[in-house]
Every structure is written in structure tokens, then in C-alpha cells.
Ligand binder design. Structure first.
Ligand code: MTE
Length: 308
């Protein structure tokens, strides 16, 4: 058991060290492996496996957990990996508010017990032009919405990241922060209820690494990655379309829908291709990130150039 003086940072460094040592060192280094066993990332979750009908090949855990976007810590891709280890994940309750049957706060562990866990191997495409394939663990958002019972006025779902400037240095910068905090996202109710829309609490069989949005984040695989908001604090069912953070920051560049669309370029770069993490050459970006069959009906009759 680690002593109380062992900080998450030390544990994190120990894990890095351990990964460098490789399997042989594991047997000889009992103390280290005991330390590592106490890290959330080492806990194995139980879940039903994704049959992976699209035969996707996931990236490695190391690739996905060492290249992140987490502006609450830094705009750098790697700095949050270490910085995020200060996050305290337990207790962590999620607040459910707005046009629902009963407003309440629920612990993430209780949500897991209520809805069970399943794996979803999804493509993930960032608006910046990189992509990855991740085996997420969690439950579909519709299960939570069925439980919350949104009323007829609930047209949208609004998501908000935890606001805790003591933990998130960028939030503490106030007016000088790199984005407007707290991070907000939104989905239309039919998008939110789509069976692909997912709340992830883990990946690669283990709880989410802090830098990937622990303890619970949204994953919407047919939309640009910025819709997949991390470290959720609030889920509200609302009547008005929420103003999501990136739309508020740069409305000419980022919209509400943010559906992956190789035919609609970002004003400053092409969206036709993407670089899969770990690959040197680019690959074609697919309409709705390869989920066209499943989701295109949601946007029938819409001008996807205007409603981007
Ligand atoms: N959520 C919060 N709260 N803060 C962020 O900076 N970045 C978004 C999204 N969710 C972000 C966030 C962006 S731009 C992307 S591409 C994905 O998270 C990145 O997820 P990953 O770091 O797990 O790859």
C-alpha cells in the first residue's frame, strides 16, 4: 500500500519508469508493482466486449494517452499527461439538471453500477487533422437519458466540464485563459439519444487516464473530437441550443454540429485527409468519420456547409 506521502505525481513517474523497464523487471520489483497497482489506470474494468464489426485496429494505449488536447491544463499535446495527475477522481459526482423528471447529483461509480459497462471501438477524428482508434469503455448516453426522463421541452443536452481553478491551471488564469471556461458542449436530443453516443469512463479495459478526461467524458464518434468533452461535471436537458466553447471562441471556424465532413474544409486547412497517430502518411477522411450509414438520417434536409 502506498503511504499518504506518495503523491499521484510520484506514482505517475513510477509508472513511466515501470513501462520503460519492461516485463522482466516486473517480477523483481514488487514494491513498484504494488505502487502501480494502486493507480486507477491499473484497475481492470469488467465490460462486454465490442465484436468490432468494422474490424478497426486500435492505436496503442501509449499513443492515445500521451497525445491529448486538454486546455484546462495546457494547449500543449503532451504537458497535460503529467499535469493532470493532480486530479482527484473520488468522490466525483455528476449533476443532472434542467428539464428532467428529478434533478440530482450521482457518483460516477453509482452510474457504472446502474448502467453496466461495454466496450466501443471507435474512430476519433480531431478537427486539427489527426485521428486515432480507441477502445472506449462506458455506456451509451441514451441509457442515462432514459433514467433522467427528459420532458417535452428538453430539445438539447448541454454538457459542462468541472470548474475547479485549484486543479485546472488554465481556469485560474481568468481573462488570460486560453479558452473560455468551463468548457461547454451540446447535442440535439436526437443526436444525444443515438446509440453510438457514448459516455466513457475507461479505455483499453482500464479507467480513463486523467489526461484523457477522467473520470467520465463524452464520446461522439461521427463528430470532430472537440465535441467529446472531458471530465464532466454537469449534464443538463435544455430547451435552447447551447453555445459550445469552440463556437463561442471562433464562430467562423467551429459550429455547433461539427460533423466530420471531408468536403467542408476548415477556413484555414483542408479536412479531406487525416494523420492516424503512429502513421507518417495521411489517409482519406470519411464522411461522418465512417458512420454515415448510422447517422446521416439525423441531418436529412440540412445544408451541411452552412450548419457545420
Ligand atoms: N474537453 C475539455 N474539457 N477540454 C479540452 O481541452 N479538448 C477537446 C476534447 N474535449 C478538450 C475536451 C478536443 S479539441 C479533442 S480533439 C479531444 O477532447 C481530445 O481527446 P483526447 O485528448 O482524449 O485525445
Amino acid at each position: 500500500m502506498p503511504t499518504p506521502s506518495i503523491t499521484p505525481e510520484i506514482l505517475f513517474e513510477a509508472r513511466r519508469h515501470f513501462l520503460k523497464l519492461g516485463a522482466g523487471a516486473l517480477v523483481s520489483s514488487t514494491a513498484l508493482s504494488q505502487l502501480l497497482a494502486s493507480m486507477p489506470e491499473e484497475i481492470q474494468l469488467s465490460f462486454t466486449k465490442d465484436p468490432n464489426p468494422l474490424k478497426l485496429t486500435p492505436n496503442t494505449f501509449e499513443q492515445v494517452s500521451n497525445y491529448v488536447n486538454f486546455y484546462e491544463f495546457s494547449t500543449d499535446k503532451t504537458a497535460p499527461v503529467k499535469m493532470a495527475q493532480v486530479m482527484k477522481l473520488k468522490p466525483w459526482s455528476l449533476g443532472f439538471f434542467g428539464e428532467i423528471a428529478r434533478e440530482e447529483m450521482v457518483e460516477v461509480d453509482d452510474l457504472i453500477a446502474k448502467f453496466g459497462l461495454e466496450e466501443r471501438i471507435y474512430r476519433f477524428r480531431c478537427v486539427e487533422g489527426w485521428s486515432m482508434v480507441v477502445p472506449w469503455i462506458g455506456f451509451p448516453l441514451y441509457k442515462l437519458l432514459d433514467y433522467l426522463r427528459p420532458g417535452s421541452k428538453a430539445k438539447y443536452v448541454k454538457f459542462t466540464t468541472r470548474h475547479e481553478p485549484d486543479i485546472f491551471p488554465d481556469q485560474a488564469k481568468g481573462l488570460f485563459a486560453s479558452i473560455k471556461h468551463p468548457y461547454v458542449e451540446g447535442l440535439r436530443m436526437d443526436e444525444a439519444r443515438h446509440p453510438l453516443t457514448f459516455l466513457a469512463v475507461g479505455m483499453y479495459g482500464k479507467p480513463l487516464p486523467k489526461q484523457n478526461g477522467a473520470p467520465i467524458r463524452l464520446v461522439v464518434p461521427w463528430k470532430y473530437g472537440f465535441k467529446s468533452i472531458k471530465s464532466l461535471d454537469l449534464i443538463e436537458c435544455v430547451e435552447e441550443q447551447p453555445l459550445n466553447t469552440w463556437q463561442a471562441m471562433a464562430p467562423e471556424e467551429y459550429g455547433f454540429y461539427a460533423n466530420v465532413n471531408p468536403q467542408v474544409d476548415h477556413p484555414r486547412w483542408s479536412q479531406a485527409k487525416e494523420r492516424l497517430l503512429g502513421k507518417l502518411t495521411k489517409q482519406e477522411t470519411l464522411m461522418f468519420n465512417g458512420y454515415e450509414k448510422e447517422v446521416s438520417h439525423l441531418y436529412a434536409g440540412m445544408d451541411l456547409r452552412k450548419q457545420y
